[in-house]
Structures are given as C-alpha cells and as structure tokens.
Write a protein that binds this ligand. Structure first.
Ligand SMILES: *Cc1c(COP(=O)(O)O)cnc(C)c1O
Length: 817
C-alpha cells in the first residue's frame, strides 16, 4: 500500500453541489439517463450522493483511530433493526432541506422517494432495535466502535393480515440493491465446522473440517452533528472456490452448484422468533459463523499495530448483546491458544478482561442452551474449551467455599439434568468482567433470581445500564412537527443532549406553547388517520384518544388484557349509548413468531373484535379498533408520534426494560403501565401524577403465585369480566366459528393464566377510566404530555452508551482535531 494523497472532488452540500452530485450519481453510479430514470433510480442516486458525503468523514475517523491507537468496542449482535437510512443520514449531515431542494430541481419529490426505501429489518424487535440505537449513539459520541452481525438476505418477514389472520411473506430486502453498503470481497475468513481434534506437539489441532467463507459488507454509521462515524460490518456466507470440485469433475455440474448454495444458507435468513431459537442446527451455525469471522477480523486488526498480545485487553472490548454471540468466547480462546500459541492462562485472562454481556430476559424458557451432542459434532474443539473453562471455574468455586454438590450442579456451565446442555448465559457470566441488566428492576431480579449463585460468587461483576433510544430517529425524524416546535421553544441542542428537554418545564402554563403542542400532536394523528383510511376504508376522528399498543405479540406483553378492556368498553357503550363517552381509537400493531400459535390467535381475536366494534352503528365514533399490519421501524415512526396513550402492560417482572415505552413518552404520550421494566424509571422521571400505574408489582406477582393463584375466582366474581370472557368463549366475535377462541378462554380461566391477566383486569379498567377523565380535561392532559417529553432526558441511548463506555468498556472518544 502506498500513501499518496489522492486528488478527489471536495463535496460541499450546497443545493447546487447536491444537484450536480445527483446527476453524476444517476449517470455514473446507477447508469441511467434522466429520461429513463424511475423514482427508484433517483432514490439510489440520491443515496449514493449522500453516501459520498459520509465517506470522507469515515476515512478520517478511521485514520484518527489508527493514529491514536484507540481501544475499540466490538458490539456483537445477531440482530440490527436499522429501518431506513436515507432520512437519518440527511439529518445527521444537516442536509435534509438542501437535498429536498436539489431533488425538486430535477423534478423529483423527495417525500415520495423516502417511502420507496425498504427497511433494513435485520432483527425481530426490541433487542435488534436497541443495537441500532446504540450504533447511532456510539458514532454520535465518538466512541470507537464497530457493530458486527449477519447480512441476512431475508430479514424479518412481512406481515399481511388476510381475513384477520397473520400471513407471512419473505422480506427480500436486497431486491433493488443496497446503496448504503460497501462489499469487501477481499475481506474473507474461513469458518470451520465439524471434524475432530488431535494433539500435535503439545497443541490441539482441529482437523477434517468443512468450511464456508465469511465475507464483509460495510455500512457507514454517521454520528449526529459530528464528523465522527462508525462501521457496521455484516458477514455474508460464500462457498469456498474448491467446494465440491469432485462432483464438478465427474460432470455433475448441477450438484456442485447445489452444494455451494446449501453451504451459503448460513446467512440466508433471520429466524423470526423474538426469544431463543435454541435447538435448530442452522441457528447454531449462524451464531458461530458470525462470531468466528468477527474474532478473526479483530485479531487481524489488533496485530496490524501490535506484535504481541500483551496489550490486547487494553485495546479491545467485546460486547455480547444477549447470549447469541457467546461462542465468541471459546472461539477467541481457540484462536489465541491453538493458532497464536498464547498460553491458556494468559488467554483466559485476556478473554475475561475484554468480554462483557448484556442479559435481556428473565424468562427461563428464553435462556439459551445448546445440546452437548450437537456441539460435539459441529464444534468439537469449542466444546473441549468450554469443558476446560468449566472445570477451572468449578474448581475455583469449590476452593472458594462452594462445596455443596447441589450448588456445583446448579452453577455448572453444563446442565447435567437429563440431556446434557451448555448454558450459554453461564458461560457469558464466567468469561466476562461485567454483566448488565437493562433496567433497574431487571438488574435486581437478575441477581436475585436467575443468576443469584453467580451474584454471590462475583458480586462486582453485575451492574445495570438502563436502555435508551436515539432521539434523532425517534423524535427529530419521526415527528418533524413536534421537533420543530421544541426547537422554537428551547433551541435544537436536545438532539445531542436530551436532558435539555427539561427546559420545557419552564413553559408550564404557557398557553400558546400548549396550543402549539396540541396542534403538533394533532397533525401527527391526521397524518396517521390519512394513511389508515387508505387501507382500512374507515375514517378516524383525530380528536379521539389514540390508544396504542405496538410491539411483538406475546402473552407476557398482555395484548389480551387490552382486548378484554376493549370488549368491556364496547359492552358498556352498547348498554348506555346515550352517556358521554370519551371517543377512542385503539390501535394494535405487532408480529407474532411464525410458530407461536397463541400469539397468532390473539391477532385473529383483535381483528374479529375490530370487525364487530367498527361496524356496530350504536357505537359509531365512540370506539374504533384497528390492527395495523407489518409493524417495523418505519411503521413505528408513523404510529408512535400519533399516540396519546402508551400501553405498557406486561406482567410485572417479565419485561426486561422495554424501549417502545420510551419512544412513546418522548412523543408526548401518557403511559398506562405496570411497575415493570423501565416503566418504573419512567414513572420516577415524569412523576406519578403524569402516568397511569396499575396492577400487581413484581413482588405481589410472586406472592400471588406462591399463595396459589386461582384465576377462575376473578372470572366468577367480576360480572363484566365474565361477560367478556364468555363472549370470547361462545363465539360472539366469531359466529361462523364459535370455538375459535376457546383456547384463549381456557388459558385464562382454567389453565392457570400464567401472566395473570385476570388478576390485573379490574385495576386496568379502573386506570382506563382515569385516563378517560383526564383526557377530556384538555389543559391537564396537555400539561402531563409536556411533562412526559420534558422528563425523557435519561432515556437517550447517548446516556446509555456513555455509561457503557465509562463503566464497562472503559473506552474514550476518538479525538477528531
Ligand atoms: C422499539 C421497537 C420495538 C420494541 O418495543 P417494546 O414495546 O419495547 O417491546 C419493537 N419493534 C420495533 C420496530 C421497534 O421500533
């Protein structure tokens, strides 16, 4: 490599320069004549023009990082739920308006282009979106970091609702190409599977393996209002050149090609499950595939500027977003010990200093374990390493006083009850220097319940970092009307320091600000109503209360509790149609995992209830129910700014944090919620008079459960609840198929109601009545909505990343000079 200074065009961002870039990129980048260009081509050209303007920043950030020999963070995640990039990049560069003008100059409407961009939906829900918000904040804060994951060809499935039921269609998001990524075919690592281990000269060799190559695709992640950038590097599988040459030589060309295709399946699709997919061999291959490539890449980068591993842990931090990337631990051990011949003890010490792990769930069924037998077939060397780490850990634990054989069995990395399985979370804890939960409550319960033995063994290892969201996407981009109003009131600095929003409190009682605030919310409701009218054929009153539950469909999130309230409200309106009712539009959105029967039945119930309610002439505008299909990042950006009420009603102790709750409050919705996850901290921040808290606390849930919870008592004692449940059971909402929802009834009434829907029902309905009363008191509701926005400072992902950088990764921002 030579270091000549290249002569390149300096790209400024005036309207003229942008227009020139657009023309150049359309012609030389897309290869289209303006007369033949479709909107899709213009979007591509515009994306390239924007990307060009990011590249100079990217290169100078990378150079600075090398010069300063900074410590880098490797953020490993199976999922990055990015959404669209175009608007985000324009806002980060501060060129939204000039680009709009430049496009108008060539006769193109930018707003129409924006909707053509497919979402990069490489994630299921909260966990993947968190990773995307974190990348944005790392870049904005200048934290030298990389996101590492898989470049799935098929992202999260598209959800259609046909006859009220979820129908999944594949999301081939790369159909029109991806202008944001740079393919790096020269960056390629072999990833091995299978084979066996042999001892040679005192070292272990892993032999007789098959391999697939991992090749890199890089995306620039721009920081907001800084020239700092970061990189998201996603791996794609490529069959090795020589694969199945024998079949080829025997003239079986077709079989040779088929084998190549099969070996590339590893990066084909995202598993559409929002918890764990343990048990599926291809899933395990995916997990190993991306962490192996990442560990090889990280070592290569480290060795470019260091000749020994002596300073490894000063220069590298590896973060595990949940347990999916935990195989990075034995993989790094293998590379250090077997390949680079670092002594075992030194290697393990490095590993323990570089790794950290975030736990995302307390639900035992969602904690990943892998069958020892499967591991021994697919990754025999890694299994040996895990056993060795385990032996050493158990030896130290018993030296430290853990003599009780029952305790040893409990904490072992290998679950010996029944079929032997490796407990991935335990491996992550033992090999990391920090383990965090994602809200105060979750971190407490994590150390009290699922990891209590480890918390006693390693008291300093456990910590909390409450999740956050990026205000750039979730306020500035999603709600230009509210963002503009806030800018006028307190200036634009909140985008980079969300605590600035606290200044909104001084506008308390300012009638013109409150009026403008209501107008901004109303315009977002009109925007949504307009889109919904388009595909439902219904009209929505923008002055009705927009009540929103948007998130994955899951029993623990309790969409059923919400539906029960809707049914009771419907029955009440029909019983007393002449009364004054606070008009409501109840909106649901969310995907069900494709194999999750109950979640799919819940979607069908919501749609059947909607059909009944929306077409009942007695009800009219007093109640409307909508299930909006295909929830994803772009739909969230449309829905969330239009909400008045945010439904965060999980059974206390089940939602680790939630981030939807933060997005909605930031957009001026009031929360109705349980004391669960980050709801508790939201309540502390905004004040209990500006939030509707109801239901059993986590401790009360435990108490009820151990005292013997009897849901049928609630059914028998509450007449309105009984009527609603009987309507569900007897086909009131499904006259053509009366037994359709009988499982829902039995789950709640007869089969234990694991998520305690019935126990919280009465309190929920009461809280909803309080919501109605507050909403009609317009000044009071507006004041609370403003308090919610003002109190969101600590829920910025910038705050979360600053905590990770300081307390867990111990990294400093790059100096840009
Ligand atoms: C924020 C977000 C989530 C997480 O929502 P929760 O309410 O916290 O479960 C899921 N999906 C998308 C698309 C999101 O933007």
């Amino acid at each position: 490599m030579t270091a000549v200074d290249l002569e390149v065009d300096q790209l400024n961002s005036s309207v003229d320069a942008l227009r020139r870039s657009l023309s150049n990129r359309l012609m030389y980048g897309v290869g289209k004549d303006a007369v033949a260009a479709r909107p899709q081509d213009w979007l591509h050209a515009a994306a390239l023009a924007v990307r060009d303007r990011l590249v100079a920043r990217w290169m100078s950030t990378t150079r600075r990082q090398y010069e300063q020999d900074v410590k880098r963070v490797y953020y490993l995640s199976m999922e990055f739920l990015i959404g669209r990039t175009f608007t985000n990049a324009l806002l980060a560069l501060g060129i939204y308006e000039p680009m709009k003008e430049a496009l108008a100059g060539v006769g193109v409407d930018m707003e129409a282009l924006i909707d053509l961009e497919p979402d990069a939906a490489l994630g299921n829900g909260g966990l993947g979106r968190l990773a995307a918000c974190f990348l944005d904040s790392m870049a904005t804060l200048g934290v030298p970091g990389f996101g590492y994951g898989i470049r799935y060809e098929y992202g999260m499935f598209r959800q259609q609702i046909v006859d009220g039921e979820q129908v999944e269609t594949p999301d081939y998001w790369l159909r029109s190409g991806n202008p944001w990524e740079f393919p790096r075919p020269e960056i390629q690592y072999p990833v091995h599977f299978g084979g066996r281990t042999v001892q040679r000269d005192g070292h272990v060799e892993w032999v007789d393996t098959q391999h697939v190559n991992a090749t890199a695709y890089d995306t620039v992640i721009p920081g907001f209002a800084t020239s700092a950038t970061n990189t998201l590097r996603l791996w794609s599988a490529r069959a090795p050149e020589e694969l199945d040459l024998s079949a080829f030589n025997q003239g079986d060309y077709q079989r040779a090609v088929e084998t190549r295709n099969a070996s590339e399946n590893v990066s084909r699709l995202l598993y559409p499950d929002d918890s764990t997919m343990a048990g599926r061999e291809l899933r395990l291959r995916q997990e190993y595939f991306f962490v192996s490539a990442t560990m090889q890449d990280l070592i290569r980068r480290y060795l470019r500027t260091h000749s020994t591993f002596g300073r490894f842990s000063e220069k590298v931090a590896v973060h595990l977003n949940d347990t999916h990337p935990v195989l990075a631990i034995p993989e790094l051990m293998r590379l250090l010990v077997d390949i680079h011949r670092v002594p075992w003890d030194k290697a393990l010490a490095h590993v323990q200093q570089v790794f950290s792990y975030t736990n995302h769930t307390l639900m035992p069924e969602a904690l990943e374990t892998w069958d020892v037998e499967l591991l021994s077939r697919m990754l025999p060397r890694h299994l040996e390493i895990i056993f060795d780490i385990n032996a050493e850990f158990l030896r130290k634990a018993s030296e430290g006083g853990a003599h009780d054989p029952e305790m040893i069995r409990r904490i072992s990395l290998v679950d010996e009850y029944g079929q032997r399985r490796v407990r991935m979370a335990y491996l992550a804890i033992v090999a990391s220097h920090k383990v965090n939960g994602v809200s105060k409550l979750h971190s407490q319960l994590m150390t009290r319940d699922i990891f209590s033995d480890f918390a006693r063994l390693f008291p300093d290892r456990f910590t909390n970092v409450t999740n956050g969201i990026t205000p750039r996407r979730w306020l500035a981009q999603a709600s230009p009307s509210l963002a503009g109003l806030i800018d006028d009131a307190i200036g634009p600095r909140w985008r980079a320091d969300l605590f600035e929003l606290g200044a909104l409190r001084k506008l308390r009682g300012d009638a013109s600000f409150e009026e403008a605030f209501r107008a901004a919310k109303r315009s977002n409701k009109v925007r949504l109503a307009h889109r919904l009218a388009h595909h439902t054929g219904l009209t929505f009153d923008p002055d009705a209360l927009f009540d929103m539950q948007v998130k994955r469909i899951h029993e623990y999130k309790r969409q059923l509790l919400n539906v029960l309230h809707v049914i009771v409200r419907y029955n009440r309106i029909r019983a007393e149609p002449q009364r004054e009712w606070t008009p409501r539009v109840v909106l649901f959105a969310g995907k069900a995992a494709s194999a999750y029967r109950m979640a799919k039945t819940i979607i069908k119930l919501i749609n059947d209830v909607a059909a009944k309610v929306n077409h009942d002439p007695i009800v009219g505008d007093r109640l409307k129910v909508v299930f909006v299909p295909n929830y994803g990042v772009s739909l969230a950006e449309l829905l969330i700014p239009a909400a008045n009420l945010s439904e965060q009603i999980s059974t206390a102790g089940t939602e680790a944090s939630g981030t939807g709750n933060m997005k909605l409050a930031l957009n001026g919705a009031l929360t109705i919620g349980t004391l669960d996850g980050a709801n508790i901290e939201i309540c502390d921040s905004v004040g209990p008079e500006h939030i509707f808290i109801f239901g059993h606390t986590a401790d009360q849930v435990d108490g009820l459960r151990s005292a013997g919870y009897r849901p049928r008592q609630f059914y028998e004692q509450n007449a309105e609840l009984r009527m609603a449940l009987d309507q569900i059971r007897t086909g009131f909402f499904s006259p053509g198929d009366p037994a359709r929802f009988s499982d829902i009834f039995h789950t709640l009434v007869d089969w234990g109601d694991h998520y305690m829907v019935l126990a919280d029902f009465a309190a929920f309905v009461e809280a909803q009545e309080a919501v109605d009363r507050r909403f009609v008191d317009v000044p009071s509701w507006t004041a609370s909505a403003i308090e919610n926005v003002a109190g969101m400072g600590m829920f910025s992902s910038d705050r979360a990343i600053a905590e990770y950088a300081r307390d867990i990764w111990r990294v400093k921002p790059v100096e840009l000079g």
